[in-house]
Design a protein around this ligand. Structure first.
Ligand code: SAM
Ligand code: FES
Length: 348
């Protein structure tokens, strides 16, 4: 085995064995990162040119019934100041985003069942009736297949639900026993079958994660082919059971981005806020490694600090317009261009 040969094989075949992925991850060095980023950019350029898609993120509630060990808004965190946006506030965010040029918005929150299916459908319909060319993406966690279907019928077309890890054993170490890896995977299958464009994804270097676990995530992407794959480093949050665990690294995250682009060249790949948090130019580096999406924050400035999934999250003091301008400048600095477009996956 050697890294160069494996990267050439991956470039041609878009597939490696679990052990081959693992070898690449374990032997990552400057040279293999550079080769992978070069190939990844060829594919990125082939399908998306120098265009970067934007999604406006509305973090509408930080109430959560779950207790994921890594997450700052877990239900047992008493230091988290909870908030909920009402329907009008959410619709206002979407309208503001539309006026700024966003053609897709992501409604994200903790698993907050204070919003019934009727509420969620009502919000989707209100947004869609004002702007029929605004694509609604949901990211509200695990709900029933029936609920997912109702949101789709109300007009939602995309759903982001990271699988978090493709290893059932690691999943069990990152989550309390009441949550199950099988259930999360079933949700992803349901979403795909209903017809959503689906975003999966995982944390890089979460506590206890081995290179074999990470190789399993790459294999999962190869097999499941999510339309979008959101990955970012695990970042410590001081008020969680993982307060003393180290955050994931820039290098491993960038390498994973390049490998994912090579595995599934048409995939939508965000340079995430977490990546921008562990390094001041993390998002730019993410694009240079093969990513093609950024997700500026559209939440009202008054609630941003409260949606603290991890320590030192960026963009919590900015207004929506500032974030968009900031990202435009950042992308221009690396000769990429933010575009006003719903930003479908290539090939759809
Ligand atoms: N509740 C919804 C769900 O479970 O899909 C959406 C919100 S959840 C907070 C969004 C994502 O944040 C998770 O999928 C997880 O990967 C990420 N996240 C949570 N805590 C994190 C941490 N400490 N570091 C990095 N990412 C984290
Ligand atoms: Fe939010 Fe730069 S993207 S301040």
């Amino acid at each position: 085995l050697d890294a160069k040969t494996l990267l050439n094989k991956l470039k041609k075949e878009h597939s490696l064995t679990l052990d081959e992925y693992r070898y690449l991850l374990e032997h990552r060095d400057c040279e293999s990162m550079e080769i992978a980023a070069g190939y990844a950019k060829e594919f990125q350029n082939q399908y998306y040119g120098n265009q970067v898609y934007i999604r406006g993120l509305v973090e509408f509630t930080n109430f959560c019934r779950n207790n994921c060990l890594y997450c700052g808004i877990r239900r047992d965190n008493q230091n988290c100041q909870r908030y909920r946006l009402n329907k009008q506030e959410i619709v206002d965010c979407a309208n503001e985003g539309y006026d700024m040029g966003f053609r897709t918005i992501v409604l994200q929150g903790g698993e907050d069942f204070a919003y019934s299916d009727d509420d969620i459908c009502d919000i989707i319909r209100s947004i869609r009736s004002a702007h029929e060319d605004l694509v609604v993406t949901l990211s509200i966690g695990e709900r029933s297949r029936e609920s997912y279907r109702r949101y789709y019928d109300a007009g939602a077309r995309r759903y982001l639900l990271r699988h978090e890890t493709a290893s059932p054993e690691l999943y069990a170490k990152l989550h309390p026993a009441e949550l199950s890896w099988e259930h999360r995977m079933n949700c992803l299958k349901d979403l795909k079958e209903i017809g959503y464009q689906v975003g999966a994804g995982f944390m890089v270097e979460s506590p206890g994660q081995t290179m074999r676990d990470l190789a399993m995530d790459l294999k999962f992407v190869e097999e499941f082919k999510p339309d979008m794959c959101g990955i970012g480093p695990f970042i410590t949050h001081q008020d969680t059971p993982f307060a003393n665990e180290p955050s994931g690294t820039l290098e491993t995250t960038l390498f994973c981005l390049s490998l994912i682009r090579m595995i599934y060249p048409m995939v939508l790949l965000p340079a995430t806020t977490a990546l921008g948090t562990i390094h001041p130019r993390g998002r730019e580096m993410g694009i240079m490694a093969g990513a093609n999406v950024v997700m500026p924050n559209l939440s009202p400035a008054s609630v941003r600090k409260k949606y603290a999934l991890y320590d030192n999250k960026i963009c919590t003091g900015e207004e929506a317009a500032e974030c968009l301008e900031c990202l435009k400048r950042r992308m221009e600095s690396i000769r990429y261009q933010i575009v006003t477009d719903p930003g479908n996956r290539a090939g759809l």
